[in-house]
Ligand binder design. Structure first.
Ligand SMILES: Nc1ncnc2c1ncn2[C@@H]1O[C@H](COP(=O)(O)OP(=O)(O)O)[C@@H](O)[C@H]1O
Ligand SMILES: [Mg+2]
Length: 224
């Protein structure tokens, strides 16, 4: 199976890039995929999270291959790790300068997190413009959304590429990361965990369609 690169990008800070990067990385790893995580944000929030994770589980036992590098080194880094990895998750800084553009260019898929607020959405327009110009498949992922609100529905009407799966405003996303983990580990059967699993399912259907075919084939064999 060829590896897939997912970049989380959004020029606005606080949109949920790092939170989503960590949660998707762990969730893919729990599925048995070999996951690499690359932090190109000089603020290093994801790096801090991974350090806590290393203390908790032990170095080399976090379930993730982690690196923190400058964005311009991404192509080399991906070349270096590509042979034994299934999914690469890249967390990017809050701007759309050269390094973020590199992270978008190397990606098979870009997730653009946005909170349903005017400032997040204005910032989203800039990031959507870049991914569209670069012709990279992408989706906007509504984060900290008040589910079923009119605001959310209005926003979905304005943007064509919003993911079906959404993330609610839940303290567990922050508290799990404080201890170097994520909600699918700290609260595996919670609504928060279900949201992450739905996102994974939606992304996997786009990035790993062959897996679905395998399941269908297995079912067909069993059914005769
Ligand atoms: N769905 C959510 N529910 C509650 N808190 C969240 C959620 N997503 C992010 N946060 C919190 O919002 C803040 C910003 O999130 P972060 O992932 O660091 O954004 P970014 O990386 O885009 O700057 C953090 O304190 C994080 O814990
Ligand atoms: Mg961040």
């Amino acid at each position: 199976m060829p590896h897939k690169i997912i970049t989380i990008a959004q020029q606005k800070g606080g949109a949920g890039k790092t939170t989503i990067a960590a949660h998707l990385a762990v969730a893919f790893s729990q599925q048995g995929k070999r996951v690499a995580v690359i932090d190109i944000d000089p603020q290093g929030s994801l790096t801090q999270w991974h350090k806590i994770r290393e203390k908790k589980f032990g170095e080399g036992f976090t379930g993730l291959q982690f690196s923190a590098i400058s964005g311009w080194r991404l192509p080399n880094e991906i070349d270096r790790i590509r042979s034994n990895i299934d999914v690469v998750i890249i967390d990017s800084p809050p701007h759309t300068q050269a390094e973020t553009k590199t992270a978008i260019r190397v990606a098979d898929f870009v997730i653009i997190p946005a909170q349903p607020s005017p400032t997040d959405l204005w910032a989203t327009v800039e990031t959507v413009k870049i991914v569209t110009e670069e012709r990279i498949p992408h989706r906007i992922l509504m984060n900290r959304a008040v589910l079923n609100s009119k605001l959310l529905k209005d926003i979905e009407k304005q943007f064509s590429s919003v993911m079906d799966a959404k993330i609610g405003n839940r303290i567990s996303f922050a508290s799990s990361m404080l201890e170097g983990r994520t909600v699918t580990e700290t609260a595996p059967s919670s609504p928060a965990s279900d949201e992450i699993k739905s996102i994974l399912k939606e992304i996997s259907a786009m990035l790993f369609p062959e897996e679905k075919k395998v399941v269908v084939r297995q079912v067909e064999e069993v059914m005769g």
